[in-house]
Design a protein around this ligand. Structure first.
Ligand code: XMP
Length: 327
């Protein structure tokens, strides 16, 4: 059975049993919808597209073609995790495109945040469309639309990214297997499908990725400092019981330097800003009370392990007046 809208009386999927039941019904309806045809999916590694991939792999196996575009702005280890989970463990038909150079070349020297976003979004569609054109006989495009996306687009809050803005000559029928689910239900279904916790409980991550955390013109060395400091922050939060407790945490490396001392010599390097916030809906946010000894440990590790960094700052500003990201 296929639903276009979430039935009023639908029970919230809160247990593995309810998730299994949803998976069984969904696999049946996907098989009925798709028949013997092929489906294309842009697999970012985020929760929604990962769950859609896992559901479709269960329903149609290698007739799902996943395309993972690495735009060079992903967090440390993310592309590797997508390949390990989907290609190696789930035996997915996965096309991996490392488009890092293409994106970073286009972004070189661009300082305006909106223009950066536009370049990243536009280039993403181009790379994805190029890959799609190389494939024959694809009838369907799968999307990780979820129920709040539909409600928000109906209320005019955000445009529903139907067909992902692909060029007009590329016509696909849509497959949206989690479109009647809330986010927590998508996670429950993901767990039942055997996706790793690191993927299912991933903190929110903007589409333009680390690009929004490298304010001003993105350079490869500063981007590397964002990626490495973010990896240290995630590692330390996990070790200290803050993973899964804090809603969103990340680092930002602004485009200015200050004087410091390293190995007895003057250094002139970037600061790393740590942000750790809690929120229900991202409209307002409060700052996590990160223990001071942990902040000191982070400062020590980041200044010693990340190239080009000589200071660490902690952002204590709630939203409002600040936003969560630094743009
Ligand atoms: P702000 O900075 O507006 O962020 O307080 C609120 C939440 O939205 C996320 N965010 C984005 N997510 N594409 C996304 O998919 C974006 O361009 C984007 N910008 C911000 C941000 O990480 C936070 O969770």
């Amino acid at each position: 059975m296929t639903f276009d809208r979430r039935p009023e009386n639908m029970e919230r999927i809160t247990t593995p049993e309810l998730a299994e039941q949803f998976i069984r019904e969904s696999v049946d309806s996907l098989r009925a919808q798709i028949g013997g045809d092929k489906v294309l999916l842009a697999l970012s590694g985020g929760v929604d597209s990962s769950v859609v991939a896992a559901l479709l792999i269960r329903a149609i196996g290698e007739r799902l073609v996943c395309v993972h575009v690495n735009h060079g702005l992903l967090r440390k280890g993310e592309p590797e995790q997508v390949i390990e989970v989907f290609r190696n463990q789930m035996k997915a038909n996965l096309i991996y495109v490392d488009a890092t150079d293409r994106f970073l070349d286009k972004l070189a020297g661009v300082t305006d945040p909106e223009e950066k976003r536009k370049i990243i979004g536009g280039e993403f569609i181009e790379v994805f469309a190029e890959e799609a054109r190389k494939l024959d006989g694809i009838k369907f495009l799968a999307q990780g639309t979820i129920w709040p996306d539909i409600l928000e687009s109906e209320r005019g809050i955000k445009a529903h990214h139907n067909a992902g803005g692909l060029p007009d000559d590329m016509k696909f029928e849509l497959v949206e297997p989690v479109k009647i689910l809330f986010k927590d239900e998508v996670r429950e279904v993901g767990r039942a499908l055997g996706l790793p916790d690191g993927m299912v409980y991933r903190q929110p991550f903007p589409g333009p990725g680390l690009g929004v955390r490298c304010p001003g013109a993105i350079t490869r060395d500063r981007l590397e400092a964002v990626r490495e400091s973010d990896a240290i922050l995630r590692e330390e939060f996990a070790k200290n019981g803050l993973e899964g407790k804090v809603w969103q945490y990340f680092t930002v490396v602004p485009d200015f330097r200050s004087t410091g001392i390293k190995d007895g010599e003057r250094s002139f390097e970037w600061p790393v800003i740590i942000r750790a916030v809690n929120t229900r809906d991202a409209m307002t946010a409060s700052v996590e009370d990160v223990p001071f000894p942990l902040l000191c440990r982070l400062a020590d590790r980041i200044t010693h392990e990340v190239r080009g960094v000589n200071r660490v700052l902690f952002d204590v500003t709630p939203k409002p007046t600040a936003t969560i990201e630094w743009e």
